[in-house]
Design a binder for this molecule. Structure first.
Ligand code: HEM
Length: 391
C-alpha cells in the first residue's frame, strides 16, 4: 500500500475500509513519509500497549504533544512513562473508582434532565450543542472545581487542544496555541486559588499533593487539569453522539433496547467498541523494535489504532455490525494496561444515563441531515445531530 493520508476528508468520513486494508497488509505499516507506522490488528495493538518499555508514551523532541509539556511546565500522565506515570496516576486513582463516582449519579441525572427539558419546546434542535457537549463538560468542570458556567470557554479550549493533536498547521495552529495559552492562564489562576482556599475537588486534591515531597510540581498540576478537562469532555460527547447515530442507523437495535432497557450497560460497551471515540493515539520507539516479525526503526512514531482493533474480525465476529447483545468484553476503546483510561467509569456512567434519558426522545424525532463527522482522525464523533420533531 502506498502512504495513506489518515487526515484526508474521505478517510475521516469513513476510516474503516482503510483500517481493514492496513490490517490485511501487516502488523505494522509505514503510513507516511515522515516515518509514522500504523498498528491496526487487535493482537498487535494489545502487544504495543503491553510493551511499555519498547513503546514509549513520552513525546519525543519536536512531537506536538511536547508542546504541551513545555507550555505547562510539566508532563501529563498520558504522555509519561514510568516512574513518572505511576506517581501521577496514584494521586487521582481513588477519585475515579465506581464507589467514589456513585455519589455523582443523582447530579448527572438532574443535569441530563435539565438539558433535555430545554429542548422540549423546540421543533428543531441540535442534540450535540444542546446536550452531548454540555453534559460531560459541566460534569468534569464541577468535579475539577472550576466555574461550570464557562462551558463555552471550556469547549473552545478543548477544541484547540484537539486541533494541536491533529497537527493543525499555519494560522489554525497559531490560533489553537493562543487559545491553549488562555486555558493555561485560567487554570493556573484556579490552582492558585485552591492553594489559598483548599477544597475537596480535583484541583484541591492535586494542589494538596504538591506539599508531599517528590509528589507533584505546579507544572504537573496544570498539565493534569488540562488533560482531565479535555479528556473528560470531548471523548464522552463523542461516545454519546456516536451511539445515538448508531441506534438511529440500526432501528432493530433501538427497538430491542426500548423493549429491554436492562441492555443499556452492554449497549454502552458495544457503543464504545463500535464507535471508538478515541480512534488511536501515539507511541515512540527509541530503538529498532520488532513487532510480530516487522522491524520498526529507532525513532519512529507509532499510531496505535484502537478503533481498528475493535473492528478486527479475528477478535470480534461480524465486527462492522452494531449488536447491543454481543459479548464485547475486551474491547480497547479505553486503551489497555498501564495507560487504561482513568475516566472510564465516569464516561460509562454518563453514557448510561444519557442513553436511558434519550430513548423516549429518539421515538419523537428524526435526523434532518446526513451526519458529518468531526474533522479529526484522532477523535471521532458527529459534528451535529440536527433533529426535527414529528409534527
Ligand atoms: C468515552 C469516553 C472516553 C474514551 C473513549 C477514552 C479513551 C481513552 C484512551 C484510549 C486512553 C488510553 C491512552 C493511551 O493508551 O495512551 C485514555 C486515557 C486516559 N483518559 Fe480517557 N477516555 C474517555 C473518557 C475519559 C474521561 C471522562 C476522563 C476524565 C475525567 C478521562 C481521562 C483519561 C486520563 C487521565 C487518561 C490517561 C491515563 C493514564 O495515562 O494512565 N477519559 N482514555
Amino acid at each position: 500500500m502506498s502512504y495513506v493520508d489518515l487526515s484526508s476528508p474521505e478517510v475521516v468520513s469513513d476510516p474503516y475500509p482503510i483500517y481493514a486494508e492496513l490490517r490485511r497488509e501487516g502488523p505494522a505499516v509505514r503510513v507516511d513519509p515522515e516515518g509514522m507506522w500504523a498498528v491496526t490488528r487487535f493482537s498487535d495493538v494489545v502487544q504495543v500497549l503491553r510493551r511499555v518499555d519498547a513503546f514509549s508514551s513520552a513525546p519525543g523532541e519536536g512531537d506536538r504533544e511536547q508542546l504541551f509539556e513545555k507550555a505547562f511546565g510539566g508532563p501529563n500522565i498520558i504522555g509519561a512513562d514510568n516512574p513518572t506515570h505511576d506517581r501521577l496516576r496514584y494521586i487521582m486513582q481513588g477519585r475515579f473508582t465506581p464507589k467514589h463516582l456513585a455519589r455523582l449519579q443523582g447530579r448527572v441525572e438532574t443535569l441530563s434532565r435539565d438539558l433535555l427539558a430545554q429542548t422540549a419546546g423546540s421543533r428543531e434542535f441540535d442534540l450535540v450543542s444542546s446536550y452531548t457537549v454540555p453534559l460531560p463538560v459541566i460534569v468534569i468542570a464541577e468535579l475539577l472545581g472550576v466555574e461550570a458556567d464557562r462551558v463555552d470557554d471550556f469547549k473552545r479550549w478543548s477544541n484547540a487542544l484537539v486541533k494541536i493533536v491533529n497537527a493543525a498547521r499555519g494560522e489554525e495552529r497559531a490560533g489553537a496555541i493562543a487559545e491553549v495559552g488562555e486555558l493555561a492562564t485560567y487554570l493556573a489562576g484556579m490552582a492558585e486559588r485552591r492553594r489559598r482556599e483548599p477544597a475537596d475537588d480535583l484541583i484541591g486534591a492535586l494542589v494538596a499533593a504538591e506539599n508531599q515531597p517528590g509528589r507533584i510540581s505546579p507544572g504537573e498540576v496544570l498539565s493534569y487539569c488540562i488533560l482531565l478537562l479535555a479528556a473528560g469532555n470531548e471523548t464522552t460527547t463523542n461516545l454519546i453522539g456516536g451511539m445515538v447515530n448508531a441506534l438511529i442507523q440500526n432501528p432493530d437495535q433501538l427497538a430491542l433496547l426500548r423493549r429491554d432497557p436492562g441492555l443499556i450497560k452492554n449497549a454502552v460497551e458495544e457503543g464504545l467498541r463500535y464507535c471508538s471515540p478515541v480512534q488511536g493515539l501515539f507511541r515512540r520507539v527509541h530503538e529498532h523494535t520488532e513487532l510480530s516479525g516487522v522491524t520498526i526503526p529507532a525513532g519512529s512514531r507509532v499510531w496505535v489504532c484502537y478503533a481498528s482493533a475493535n473492528r478486527d474480525p479475528d477478535r470480534f465476529e461480524n465486527p462492522d455490525d452494531f449488536d447491543i447483545t454481543r459479548d464485547c468484553r475486551g474491547h480497547v476503546a479505553f486503551g489497555w494496561g498501564l495507560h487504561f483510561c482513568l475516566g472510564a467509569n465516569l464516561a460509562r456512567r454518563e453514557a448510561r444515563v444519557a442513553i436511558e434519558h434519550l430513548l423516549p426522545i429518539l421515538d419523537e424525532v428524526g435526523l434532518r441531515d446526513r451526519v458529518e463527522w468531526l474533522p479529526s482522525w484522532v477523535i471521532r464523533g458527529p459534528q451535529a445531530l440536527p433533529f426535527e420533531r414529528a409534527a
